[in-house]
Design a protein. Sequence first.
Length: 289
Amino acid sequence: MEKGYLDDSDFRKAKIKSKIAWTIAILFACVQVALTLTPFFFMIINSFRKQFDMLQQGVFHLPDPWYFKNYVDVVTHGFFSYFFNSVIVVAVSLVLMLAISSFAAYPLARMKFKLNPYIYALIVAMMSVPMHVTLIPIFKLTQTFGLYDSLWSLIGPYVAFALPMSVFILTAFMKTIPKEIEESAEIDGCNRYQNFFKMILPLSKSGLSTLAIYNGVSMWNEFAFANTLIITPAKKTLPLALGQFKGEHSLDIPIILAVLTLSVLPMITLFIIFQDKLVKGMMAGAVKG
């Protein structure tokens, strides 16, 4: 038999090994899906129960009857006020974060100057700073600048702590874009600014989308800064609403689960809509890098 060819027995063995490997992979995937969906299933079905039905019916049985008043109570008790506050904070923070990180990543990825490696190293080092260590200094700063108890007091910390990771990832992403694209554009008369806005930025959409989803989820669920810097009920965000509902309905678990369900649905919806961009961004960074 010529070297490099498999006989029938070797082919059958390879096929059996492949089937075993795929079976194991599918089993692990099913276990992962079950572990992921079980808490979500528990949260949804129990949000449609009355206060003490969980004790009488069991937590994984379907509600009998389905009780929708929990959601009515949540919506009528100011849920949308908290929701829109979170939307404003996250939207403004993401726009500022993406703009600043892209402006910072481009020169670090494309321009050669003496301080380039030192600035890049400093940005990477900032990723190791614990977020909650800065609570007291930021609290003092917001009071000094008159931003305390306003939504702007949250936007600053959210952007600042998202920047190091974003600049790090976006710099690596922009380095993978071929320089020949910029050189061709320069021959056609594009200057550095036109190159950035017309060539590099559009080609970085996958990376920017990945950063927006990754940081958006963190900002949406952030509690420590929101709890420290906001005291007026009308300005509180969704994570604080969860704490308030828990305090008012500490024994009514179903209504708390209803708040949790409404809180996670926007992020799940956005992830379903933009999951292709997230996967493309992660794959592009992995393959090109």
